[in-house]
Structures are given as structure tokens and as C-alpha cells.
Design a protein around this ligand. Structure first.
Ligand code: SF4
Length: 902
């Protein structure tokens, strides 16, 4: 039973749980104690520092006043929160603070939310009677995101604590002593030259105007801003954000610590990368290309022209001469309608989207092993894992908020982190073991770990016996992967493989977290199967804080897959070759569904190049930059007879279009996104779109009508209702139920609470299937002509092909161009320094890019991102495909590097 304590506060007897502070006890009976440095909102993360002394109270029998924010209650305690002595002390403290605080409240951005202003008002202290010396620091406006005015700082230390204890970044700290004490980065450098990642958490905890968002300057007073809750449009974390809006303009973005998977944290993109919405280059009217030039036109003309062209192609060449790319950036409802349009209206299964380029191998691999191709567990559970194996995921840059959970597991709960990655990524700072294997050797590495687990008898025999099948075949293969042999393949020392195996197998529950470093290989499906084997071997599946957890890249890539924007699967992952499944949808849609599986993303480009594919409808995708072997993609797009692109900007792909439909952003429409942990969450129309841009779902409906098939929905909630009928795992999801908090599928009926952990009692397919997986080398390996391995990925400040982030001024300013990372050993041999221009060439193309000499890649390996059209890594990558999932091998190809004379 909970221990209770009786005490008296301001003459009232009160009984509260032991362990509460005096401030919490007073709060429980409605007595407010003013405070500044302590913020109860952040109780979970930050201990009270008791530095401001505003919250002092008198306790009978104690000589000095004590800080109520940190002092625990005890039995028989008699507390006075508002005695004359207390009031006097608070006023003196406050006057001392005000004596050096600029009194520019009338123009201060945070007036109305300022906690110093609030306390001064409550205590009736308009100004200070002390005439002290004042600091006079220059106001730092040198970075694009945060204004630092330390003349206003009250040295409460909240920002320092938030940076260290919530973000695990330690970019700032107290520096100097006495009157000169100040919050600063190491060596007092500007933030942009420190380890600061511009998550903005320091801004959100600052009680005064010392730290403010630069982009909101002069655009609205606090009390003029209206807050609307929605979901971040960038990565698959699916963070909940609040748009602070005035006059149809987003003034700033905040996050509520009590709502969403992010608990108030955001990364730089979620916090500051929103100005693309109001960028002047947004598409405002439909465009038709006439005589090689785009001209604006009315919707009626653009829709009719497009419908006529698609009908003509269908009649002349058959429906399979047309293909569509749906979009992981669009809502579930839009993806559902898009694939319905392609199947029921156009009459083809040629529909795919960028999941093909990131997690097609996850869908294939996990479906084979477990029966369901999605993250098995939930994001929050990671914090309670005893061991986390992160592989092929640069988590802190690609999924920063999930990275925070992993860091919290290590820092707060003592979890052991194993990082298996060819690059020395930031997560390695938190790891006890880094397995830095050669790109493309994942199967060998994990088979090696499993070899050790079996040899040492660390497997979960009960789990294997009761819950799995295929063990004996699997074992025969794994027994061949002695760590000595694996060392030769992977380059990872034998002892490290053994140590990692022991740590993973003996620290339960253990979770596996992976991303595109695993999936984007010609052996992507094999890699996923190997991780599934590892989890089953140790019984780390079907339990909290364990599992196999693919981190999906884009905000709604999970949802786009769930909705059947795939050439071989109908909504809800029903196979297109299953006659009953086709009949179910044919009955619902009133049109026959073709039985032949369609083309995948890369196959579409191959078919277009060969002249087999004649027309394409591309919604919110940019294959010109996102697909491998971009020179060939360019030829494919040029060869199409008709291309219609639907987007918010004139993307590189849209430049090739015959017709462009202007779509709206996430902030201008209603719908749902499904994040990487299968959580279906609401987005809302918060501001009006520019001119005549329309939501993607409306555009699809209008085009469909012109093609002779009526799609009538008043609102996306009606589309969700149709999805709920046809997709059992979404059966219980309605807009009402997810108004405030999303639900995780499977959620089969209206009373179901959602499913945080999959495969608890049994796997979706019945028993978990072990697969014997042999190591196969990547398709293209380095040789004398192309001696380096190129691997690709993301950086924190940009996203996908940059359609949104490159239209964000701050993100561009802080990270303006792509680089190629080269190991110092290689740089010496090549006579290259950081900042030099180099030419990186593969058998498919070459790009000129700046070099960055870095310890992150292994010698012999170079790294580039694919965000920048000026240095498009996908001009170099190979379009060789995984035979099962048809995902290209983005992560390994051979290149050479030459210096470029300036
Ligand atoms: Fe948005 Fe992802 Fe950053 Fe969260 S972690 S704020 S979802 S980009």
C-alpha cells in the first residue's frame, strides 16, 4: 500500500503520498507556490535545481527558508507558503533578478508567456529598487533558428538541463563565475559551430525571452497565436506538433510534453522546417505544357486533358501501359484512393511507391518470418529494453526522436546498446559495442552472432520449441558461420562478434532496431530474415521492449503500404493473385480487379525506357532524385508519351510532366498518417492552401469522375470509413477515436484498444518461421577501376529528395550542400582535404561534390546523401534489385574519386 504522510500547509491538514515535494503537496490542495527555475511539466526528465529561490517557504522548526520545489514532505511538518517572511524573501529575490533584467516587455517576443513577468505580476513587483551593474552581452542572431539574448537570462539552468537530460546533447553549460556567469557552448562558440542540433528544446523550456525562435520574430504576440495539434510531415516517428497560427500563417511550432510519442521533443525539421508551406514557389494553379513551356490553366481544362490522355493510352495500348506512383508523404485516405483509381479506374496493378526503395524487403522478410511486415513493438517500449541492437539505422539523424528513447534506455536505465553499422554514426557514442562491418556483409555478421549463441547454448529452447518452425534447416546454415570466418568476410574482429552475441542473448528483453542500411541491398530480404532469426533464436519477440523494429523512413510509408499502394498487394496486404481477395474489392468498388501483379518502381522506369510503359501518374514522388541510376530515370521520363505529376512544388520530376496538378501540404488538409509503430494519427486542415491548390484526395476524385468512375466523398473521414470496412486491421479506427491520440493497428473493432505489441501469443502466420540464409556478396564490388564502396543515407537537416527541406530557408542555410565523406587514410592517399571539390564516378555517372574528411566511414568506403540535386548520389547508385522485394541496392556500389582542379 502507498505510504502516506500527514502535514499542515497554511493551516490546512493534508495527507499526501510520501516522496512528494512541498510544492507538489501544496499543489494537490490548490495552493500555488510561485516558481521560476523549476518546471513541473518536465518532472519526468529534470530534477529541480532550486537555484532561483522564488519558491521558498517557511517550515516550522527550520531556521532558514527552504526551496519547496525540491524539499520532500515529512510527517507532522507545518508549512507556511505565504507568510510575511516568505513574501519578503521572494520579493527581494525577484527584485535582484529584475535589477539586471531588460524591461523591454512591450517588444519582447514572449511577453504573455514570460514566467518572470507572471511572477512579478503575482507578487506585485513592477521594477527593482536595486541599481546593480548590468551585463551587456551582444544578442546572438548568427544562426537561422534561435536568437540568444543572454541579457535576459535568469540563469535558471533549465536549458542546460534540457539539453543534457532530455536531448543527451550537452551543447551548452554554465560558464564563468559570479556576476559573469553565463550559459555558453564550449569555448563560447556560436551554436552552429557547437554540437547543437537545433532541436529547440532549450527554447521551449526557457522561462524568459533569453532564447526565442528567430522565424517568429515580429509575427505575432503570444496571446494572438492559436494552437492546432497535428502530426509532423517528415519522418516515420510521427511526432505530434502544434502549429501556432496567426492570420493563416504558421508563426512557430511547439510540442506538448503530454501528447504524442515525442513527449514535447522535436528535431530541427519538425521544429523549424515548416516555412516551405508558405514558400512563394508553391504550385498555385494547374499547369499544362504547351510548346515545351508550362502555362497555368483552370482545373476543368487540366482534368479533362489528363482524363482524355489516360483514356486514349488505355484504349490504344491497354491498361498496363499506364503506371502510377502513390506517395508515402500523402495520407492513408489519399493512398487508398490512388490505388483504387489505378486498379478500378485505369485497370492495372501498376501502382507502387517509395516503400519499394526503402522497406520493401521488410514487408517481404517479416511477412515470411512472422506473417506481418511491420514494427513488432512500440517506440516508447525501447526505453525499457535491457539491450538494443541498432543496425543499418543512423537513428539520431534519420529518426531523432526514436534515438532519444534509445539514448534514454542507455543513460537512464542502463541498457546495453550494440551498434552494427559500417559508419561510426553518432549512436556509437552511447554504445558498448560497435560492430563496424563492411557494407553488404550483414547476413554473415548476424549468422556469426547466432553461431556463437548456439555454440554457447544461449538460445531460448522453450521459445524455439513452442513458437517456431524450420529451426533445424536454419541451424545447419548458421553452424558454418564460425566467428573466425565471419571476421574475414565482415572485417569485424572475432572477439567483438562473440561479445555482441553474448550481450544480446543474455540481456532480456532485447530489441532490434533497423532501417535502410539493412533493407537497401540486393540481399535486403535475406538481411531482414536474418534479424528475424536472431530475435526468434533468443525468444526476443512477442514481448514488451523486444522485437524486430524496422524504422520506416517517411511520415506515412507504413500507411501507404497498409493501403495497398503496392503492385502485388491489395489494401490490408491481401495478395493480388488471391481470387477471393480480388472479389472482395471488386464487389466493393463495382469494377473487376486485374489479377496480374503490376510493375514495381524500378521496373516501371525500365519499362518506360523500353517503350512498354506509355503513361504515368505520379503523386508526391520525385523518382528523378529518389530512384537509383538517375541518368536512366531521366531517359525513362523523357520517353513517356504522357506524364501527369501532382505535387506541392515543381519537383525535378514534375519538370518532365505534360500536366501538373497543384496539391496541398499536410497543414492544409484532413486525413491520417500511420507512423512507424503502426499508430494511425490525425492531421488537420489548419490553414488555407495557396490559390487553387487542392488536397490530393479531391484531385483523385475529380480525375476519376472525368474518367467515368464516380468517387464521391464529402470528407476524408468517409474514406476512412470505407477503409475500415475493407481493411480488418483498421476496422476500429474512426476519426472520433483518434481525435487526441492515435491507435496502433491491428484495431479490428470499435472497442479494441489497439495493439502495441505484435505476435504475443502466436505469430500472425501461426508459428514463427526460421529461414536458412547464406551470405551473398553485393552485386558490384570495388576493383582497380572503381576502388571505393559508395554507401548512401540521410543527414539530420534534410529529408528525402529535399522537396520540402530545400524550400526551408533555415535548413538550407545550416546545411546548404551535399558532401562526400572520405576516411582520412584514403584522403591522404588521394591528396584531398576537407572542402576540396572531387569527382565521384561510378559505371553509371559522375557528380562533383565537396569532400569532407571524416572518421565516420571505414577506409575504402565513402558516404553521400541523396538530398541534393546538385550532387545527386543516385546518378551513381546501381539499379540491381533484390530478387524477392525488388528493392535496389542503394547501399553498395563501386566508385572512384578524382580531385577536381579549381
Ligand atoms: Fe518530425 Fe521525425 Fe523530427 Fe519527429 S523526429 S520532429 S517526426 S522529422
Amino acid at each position: 500500500m502507498e505510504e502516506k504522510v500527514k502535514l499542515t500547509i497554511d493551516g490546512k491538514e493534508v495527507e499526501v503520498p510520501a516522496g512528494l515535494t512541498i510544492m507538489e503537496a501544496a499543489d494537490s490542495i490548490g495552493i500555488y507556490i510561485p516558481h521560476l527555475c523549476y518546471n513541473p511539466t518536465y518532472k519526468k526528465f529534470l530534477l529541480p535545481s532550486s537555484s532561483c529561490r522564488i519558491c521558498v517557504v517557511e517550515v516550522e522548526g527550520m531556521k532558514n527558508l527552504i526551496a519547496s520545489c525540491s524539499y520532500p514532505v515529512s510527517s507532522g511538518m507545518v508549512v507556511r507558503t505565504n507568510s510575511e517572511r516568505v513574501q519578503k524573501a521572494r520579493r527581494v529575490t525577484l527584485e535582484l533578478l529584475l535589477s539586471s533584467h531588460p524591461m523591454d516587455c512591450m517588444t519582447c517576443e514572449i511577453s504573455g508567456r514570460c514566467e518572470l513577468e507572471k511572477v512579478a505580476y503575482e507578487l506585485g513587483v513592477p521594477s527593482s529598487s536595486f541599481q546593480g551593474e548590468r551585463v551587456n552581452y551582444p544578442i546572438d542572431t548568427s544562426n537561422p533558428f534561435i536568437i540568444r539574448d543572454y541579457n535576459k537570462c535568469i540563469l535558471c539552468g533549465r536549458c542546460v538541463a534540457a539539453c543534457a537530460e532530455i536531448q543527451y546533447n550537452n551543447a551548452i553549460d554554465f560558464s564563468n563565475r559570479g556576476f559573469r556567469t553565463k550559459i555558453a557552448t564550449a569555448y563560447d562558440r556560436p551554436l552552429q559551430e557547437s554540437t547543437c542540433e537545433f532541436c529547440g528544446r532549450c527554447v521551449s523550456v526557457c522561462p524568459v525571452g533569453a532564447l526565442t525562435e528567430k522565424m517568429r520574430r515580429g509575427r505575432g504576440r503570444e496571446w494572438e497565436l492559436k494552437k492546432f495539434t497535428t502530426i509532423c510531415p517528415y519522418c516515420g516517428c510521427g511526432c505530434t506538433i502544434e502549429l501556432n497560427v496567426k492570420d493563416n500563417k504558421i508563426v512557430k511550432i511547439t510540442a506538448d510534453p503530454f501528447v504524442g510519442i515525442n513527449e514535447g521533443s522535436l528535431c530541427v525539421k519538425g521544429k523549424f522546417g515548416y516555412d516551405f508551406i508558405s514558400h512563394p514557389d508553391r504550385l498555385k494553379m494547374p499547369l499544362i505544357k504547351k510548346d515545351g513551356k508550362f502555362v497555368e490553366c483552370r482545373w476543368e481544362e487540366a482534368l479533362k486533358y489528363t482524363a482524355d490522355k489516360l483514356k486514349e493510352l488505355k484504349e490504344r495500348y491497354g491498361p498496363d501501359a499506364i503506371a502510377g506512383l502513390s506517395s508515402a508523404k500523402c495520407t492513408n485516405e489519399e493512398n487508398y484512393l490512388f490505388q483504387k483509381f489505378m486498379r478500378a479506374v485505369t485497370g492495372t496493378n501498376n501502382v507502387d511507391h517509395c516503400a519499394r526503395l526503402c522497406h520493401a524487403s521488410t514487408v517481404a522478410g517479416l511477412a515470411k518470418a512472422f506473417g506481418s511486415g511491420a514494427m513488432t513493438n512500440s517506440i516508447a517500449e525501447l526505453e525499457d529494453a535491457k539491450c538494443i541492437l541498432v543496425t543499418g539505422s543512423n537513428t539520431s539523424e534519420a529518426h531523432p526522436i526514436i534515438a532519444l528513447r534509445i539514448k534514454a534506455a542507455v543513460k537512464r536505465n542502463g541498457a546495453k546498446l550494440i551498434v552494427a553499422d559500417p559508419r561510426k554514426i553518432d549512436m556509437v557514442r552511447f554504445a558498448c559495442i560497435h560492430l563496424q562491418h563492411r557494407p553488404g556483409t550483414d547476413v554473415a555478421l548476424f549468422n556469426g552472432m547466432m553461431n556463437v549463441i548456439l555454440k554457447e547454448g544461449l538460445q531460448d529452447k522453450e521459445f524455439i520449441k513452442n513458437r517456431t518452425e524450420g529451426f533445424d534447416e536454419f541451424k545447419k546454415v548458421v553452424e558454418k558461420y564460425d566467428p573466425q570466418i565471419v571476421e574475414r568476410i565482415t572485417g569485424v574482429p572475432e572477439e567483438k562478434i562473440i561479445e555482441a552475441a553474448r550481450v544480446y542473448a543474455t540481456s532480456k528483453p532485447a530489441a532490434i532496431v533497423y532501417s535502410m542500411g539493412i533493407t537497401q541491398h540486393t540481399t535486403g530480404t535475406d538481411n531482414v530474415l536474418t534479424l528475424a532469426n536472431l530475435a526468434m533464436l533468443t525468444g526476443n519477440i512477442g514481448k514488451e521492449s523486444s522485437g524486430v523494429n524496422p524504422l520506416r523512413g517517411q511520415n506515412n510509408v507504413q500507411g501507404a503500404c497498409d493501403m495497398g499502394a503496392l503492385p502485388n498487394l491489395l489494401p490490408g496486404y491481401l495478395s493480388i493473385i488471391d481470387e477471393n481477395a480480388r472479389k472482395k474489392f471488386a464487389d466493393a468498388w463495382g469494377r473487376d480487379i486485374p489479377a496480374k501483379p503490376g510493375l514495381t518502381v524500378v521496373e516501371m522506369m525500365h519499362a518506360a525506357r523500353k517503350g512498354i510503359l506509355k503513361g504515368m501518374y505520379i503523386m508526391g514522388e520525385n523518382p528523378f532524385l529518389s530512384d537509383p541510376n538517375a541518368n536512366e530515370v531521366r531517359k525513362a521520363l523523357e520517353k513517356l508519351e504522357f506524364l501527369v505529376v501532382q505535387d506541392i512544388f515543381l519537383s525535378e520530376t514534375a519538370e518532365y510532366a505534360n500536366v501538373v496538378f497543384p496539391a496541398v501540404s499536410f497543414a492544409e488538409k484532413d486525413g491520417t498518417f500511420t507512423n512507424t509503430e503502426r499508430r494511425v494519427q490525425r492531421i488537420r486542415k489548419i490553414i488555407e492552401p495557396p490559390w487553387e491548390a487542392k488536397p490530393d484526395w479531391q484531385i483523385i476524385c475529380l480525375l476519376s469522375e472525368k474518367m467515368g468512375y464516380e468517387m464521391k466523398y464529402e470528407n476524408p473521414s468517409e474514406i476512412m470509413a470505407e477503409i475500415g470496412i475493407l481493411v480488418p486491421s483498421y476496422g476500429g479506427i474512426t476519426y472520433d477515436r483518434i481525435e487526441r491520440k492515435g491507435l496502433q493497428w491491428p484495431c479490428p473493432d470499435k472497442n479494441h484498444p489497439g495493439t502495441p505489441v505484435l505476435h504475443r501469443e502466436k505469430f500472425t502466420r501461426g508459428k514463427g518461421l526460421f529461414s536458412p540464409v547464406e551470405y551473398i556478396a553485393p552485386v558490384e564490388n570495388p576493383d582497380a577501376e572503381y576502388p571505393f564502396v559508395l554507401t548512401t543515407g540521410r543527414v539530420l537537416y534534410h529529408y528525402h529528395t529535399g522537396t520540402m527541406t530545400r524550400h526551408s530557408q533555415g535548413l538550407n542555410e545550416i546545411y546548404p550542400q551535399g558532401v562526400v565523406e572520405i576516411n582520412p587514410e584514403d584522403a591522404v592517399k588521394l591528396h584531398i582535404n576537407t572542402g576540396d571539390m572531387v569527382e565521384v564516378s561510378s559505371r553509371r555517372g559522375s557528380v562533383k561534390v565537396k569532400a569532407e574528411i571524416s572518421e565516420r566511414p571505414l577506409p575504402g568506403v565513402v558516404f553521400m546523401t541523396f538530398h541534393f540535386k546538385e550532387a545527386a548520389a543516385n546518378l551513381l547508385t546501381i539499379d540491381a534489385l533484390d530478387p524477392v522485394a525488388k528493392i535496389p541496392e542503394f547501399k553498395v556500389c563501386a566508385v572512384r574519386i578524382n580531385g577536381v582542379r579549381s
